[in-house]
Design a protein around this ligand. Sequence first.
Ligand SMILES: [Zn+2]
Length: 273
Amino acid sequence: MPELPEVEVIRRELEPLLKAREFAEPLLHMPSTIAHPGPEEFAAFLPGRKVDNLGRRGKYLLIYLDRGILTVHLRMTGNLFYAADGKAREERFLRLSLPFTDGTALHFSDMRRFGRLWLTETEAELQSLVLNRVGPDILTDLGREDFLELLGKRGHSRLKHLLLDQGFAAGMGNIYTDECLFRSGINPNRRVIDLKEGESEKLYRAIREVLAEGIEHGGTTFRDYRNSRGALGNFQSRLLVYGRKDECCRCGTPIEKTRVAGRGTYYCPRCQK
Ligand SMILES: [Zn+2]
């Protein structure tokens, strides 16, 4: 499932490719992919709109148009693919095709069908309709002080729960959360209130490091993630704890897999107290 680094990789790749292109008639292969507005309104609004720039909040990709904002959430298996020749790479899971007037196109495919798009006219509408429960972006909106302050307000939350909570801060998912907690030596079940001096700081630094490395290595491909050119990410080979069945790289204790916050969670019982 794409998390912040994977969406950021796609944003950086797509921005120069989509900039200034003008949308033609969209093809809605699966109309329910459009969460807002209705399919007819969506199809009527988009033609003639030009791409200004691309933004991101957590796992939401924001395509700013000369009028309106097209928002994409990939959820489990959603995939955006830019085609210079306009052709889709595969037909089977194709949900939406957005051709441009110059013959190129952006395609959205999604095996599991949970991915969604929204088209809103203003920033205020985007905020109230799509991002109303989404917290600040954990990488770009939160300085050290902001993070520590937010953390302080959630004293009774368990760390893994909290980092996965997109309302607390947006962007972390299961993989990067486990990596950050391992690197900061914090057990996923610990409560914020029980963090010792320096541990919150350590966590803040680990989050920034892990997310930046994830982006630098093109994201993590565990199952389905592909970037907008169809390539796999590389960060999976650098994961220190997530998905590992061997020994901890620091102390040699076998990595344990358990369930926290309803998610498969990997940790080192010795390094993460
Ligand atoms: Zn260890």
